[in-house]
Structure formats: C-alpha cells, structure tokens
Design a binder for this molecule. Sequence first.
Ligand SMILES: Cc1cc2nc3c(=O)[nH]c(=O)nc-3n(C[C@H](O)[C@H](O)[C@H](O)COP(=O)(O)O)c2cc1C
Length: 151
Amino acid sequence: MGNNNDEAELIQCIYTSAESINFSRDQLLSLLERARVVNSGLGITGMLLYEDGSFFQVLEGPPNAVRSLYKKISADKRHRRITKIIEEPVERRLLPDWSMGYSSVTREELKEVDGLNDFFQKGKCYADLDECRAKKLLDAFKDGRWRASLG
Ligand SMILES: Cc1cc2nc3c(=O)[nH]c(=O)nc-3n(C[C@H](O)[C@H](O)[C@H](O)COP(=O)(O)O)c2cc1C
C-alpha cells in the first residue's frame, strides 16, 4: 500500500472502567506523564478519556506489548469494573500521533456526537458503551473534536 505507517502486526484494544478512585487533575497528569513515557518505549499509541470515575482507553501497537500493558492496567486497583470492548488486528494506527492522547470531555460535549446523543442523554457512563459506540467515540476524538485539555 506504500503507506509509511505500515507496521508488521498491530492490534487495537479498547476498554472501559468504572468506579475508580476520584482522580484529581494532578493525579491524572502524573498518570499520563508516566504512561506517555512507558508507551513510547513500547511502541504503543492511544487515547484516554475520563469522566466522573469512568475511563475509556484505546491502546494500539504490537500485539504482545498491548496485551501485557492491558493486563497491567486491568490489575490497577485505582479503577474497577474493567471491560474489554474490542481487541482486534488493525492495518494501521488510528492514533499514530498520540503516545496517550487525553481529553476530559463533558457530558454536554458527548451528547453532541452523532450516534451517541441518545446514549449519553440517558445518564450512562463510558462503562456502558458497546463496540459500535466505542468506535464512534474514538472517531470523534481522532477527528480532533476535543482538544487535549490537560497537560
Ligand atoms: C485508567 C488508567 C490508565 C492507564 N494507562 C496506562 C498507560 O497507557 N500506560 C502505562 O504505562 N500505564 C498506564 N496506567 C498505569 C498502570 O495501571 C500501572 O499503574 C503502571 O503500569 C505501573 O507501572 P510500574 O509497575 O512501573 O509502577 C494506567 C492506569 C489507569 C488507572
């Protein structure tokens, strides 16, 4: 295909969690700072959203690296009710420019995303997302709908 993003083998893993400790801005910042260093070293890119104790995270990169990082993150006691929504091979990275992009998105902003309006109207959180809605959220982020609002 001649795309210079082509890599041997890549997977994408998307998970949500709920009932985390109440992360302060500083706690999120230091989590992100560390994640960005570690992820760069592992060839992992992705994005993280946080709202009111609920996370949405995308990890993409070499299969073994992504799987072992997910294992580590899912064992992290600071969040709970972790659900892997998607783990599948991808041809290229959707988020090649982010070692871990972050945005704190408000409920009002979430309601503006096509295909998600009904969902977030009903008071649901990230942990209630299904595969199709998770992809819509990822697309909205990828298209630059929300600027990184931390760090
Ligand atoms: C919501 C959430 C997302 C996280 N994302 C990452 C990540 O992308 N990369 C990373 O290295 N650690 C991430 N962590 C931190 C890991 O869970 C774990 O604390 C860290 O890998 C421990 O590193 P250490 O064993 O070197 O202390 C995340 C933690 C939480 C709660």
